[in-house]
Design a protein around this ligand. Structure first.
Ligand SMILES: [Fe+2]
Length: 417
């Protein structure tokens, strides 16, 4: 165990000295031992106009806080991550929500991890706290001139592809990374969530630009799948009736609104492979009403550009394609979600839907009946894509890059709604 800790520590320190983890603004507090309790860089998630969640992995039992402020040398506030009076304590994941922030504002932050030995209820031993590097992020909101995003998908914990993808994400430097599903083959245990999600190719890929998780069918597989909110926290909707839809989100960034939808598994709930544990059909029905409320919300209704994301395509040009509703094979598109959600995407003027799942890059322009363009990303072994967009002025431009072939696959412009 110690060897793994030391190796991870050395890897993180190598990244740090290469500037990959570090901040340009302030030298981090020096870590003076070789058993840093952190096992990943921080991963920013669930970004709103007034809050953000910081998640990081640890290699042994620890608690943690996040120090933050509006200048790198003035981290004068602390978020404690407390729930019902208890601060976090976990041997693999720490999660701290920061609230009460201002929209469109840059904040600087660092994690502070304190290893602890929990011997029994009346004997808890604290070790010295270890501060991480200082990073910064900007809260979302309509008040910026432009809005940007990058999408990756179907990474399946392929570390060499993740290296290419995270390098490209760093170059593009979009405000948000949408990770459009199938991060793993299956969530069999917590270590996969650390390796495949929190430190993909050892990159600090979302320490400054938040990640938006959109689940794929594989992300619902494995004995540990119900524990993914430890690494991938659920969205906290304002309306309590939306609590069930914690994988759906709306993020407003300048003139652009981003919407996340969850297509769930790729076979029907009655499929014997699920042993009766799947309930995605009612979940897709529920998301229809959530989607309509989201499309009518001020954040979306007032946006000049709207892009939606889901893992399984909603459209297939093949009339005989598997719609995920038969016991044979698996979905090439999601027929039920298509019937429920696609008319709303047309009615409320969503310009593009970015999907994944088929491991083939595809572009289908809007037509008379389907008023949105569908772009599907590639797979982990060939044509692995970063699909990135920038909305500014009267135009949204979306570009698809193949990071394995190192070439551009296409670029498309969308006029303001
Ligand atoms: Fe998939």
């Amino acid at each position: 165990m110690m060897t793994i800790n030391r190796r991870r520590f050395l890897e993180l320190m190598a990244l740090s000295s290469a500037g990959l983890l570090g901040s340009r603004y302030l030298p981090a507090q020096t870590v003076t031992n070789n058993s840093s309790p952190s096992d990943s860089p921080p991963v920013l998630q669930c970004p709103t106009e007034t809050g953000i969640t910081v998640v990081w992995a640890v290699s042994r039992s620890a608690t943690g806080t996040v120090e933050y402020g509006t200048a790198p040398d003035k981290l004068d506030r602390t978020a404690h991550g407390d729930i019902f009076g208890l601060k976090p304590f976990n041997s693999r994941f720490l999660q701290v929500r920061i609230d009460g922030l201002k929209p469109n504002t840059r904040y600087f932050y660092r994690t502070v991890t304190r290893p602890m030995k929990f011997e029994h209820a009346y004997s808890i031993k604290q070790e010295e706290p270890v501060a991480g590097e200082v990073f910064s992020f900007e809260t979302s909101g309509a008040g910026t001139r432009s809005g940007t995003f990058s999408t990756i998908n179907d990474t399946h914990n392929n570390q060499s592809t993740l290296k290419l993808l995270t390098d490209r994400l760093k170059q593009i430097n979009s405000s948000y990374t949408v990770w459009n599903g199938d991060l793993v083959d299956s969530f069999d245990n917590e270590n996969i969530a650390v390796e495949a999600v929190l430190r993909p190719a050892n990159a600090a890929f979302a320490a400054q630009n938040p990640m938006l998780f959109v689940p794929g069918n594989h992300d619902y597989r494995g004995e540990w799948a119900r524990n993914t909110p430890q690494a991938l926290p659920a969205w906290e909707h304002n309306d309590p009736k939306d609590k069930k839809f914690g994988r759906n989100f709306v993020v407003r960034t300048g003139p652009l609104a981003l919407i996340g939808l969850d297509t769930g598994e790729d076979k029907p709930d009655r499929h014997p492979a699920w042993a009766g544990l799947s309930y995605f059909e009612p979940y897709r029905v529920g998301q229809r009403d959530w989607l309509e409320r989201a499309l009518k919300s001020k954040a979306v209704a007032s946006a000049s550009f709207v892009v939606a994301f889901c893992h399984i395509p909603l459209f297939s040009p093949d009339p005989n394609a598997n719609g995920g509703d038969t016991l044979e094979g698996y979905a090439r598109f999601q027929r039920q979600a298509n019937e429920l959600w696609s008319p709303l995407l047309s009615k409320y003027g969503v310009q593009a839907l970015i999907t994944a799942h088929t491991h083939r890059f595809k572009y289908f322009p809007a037509d008379q009946t389907r008023k949105w363009t569908q772009i599907s990303g590639g797979g982990p072994q060939n044509t692995s894509t970063v699909i990135h967009g920038k909305a500014e002025g009267n135009t949204l431009e979306i570009i698809a890059d193949d990071v394995i072939g190192n070439k551009e696959l296409g670029r498309w412009q969308f006029k303001k709604r």
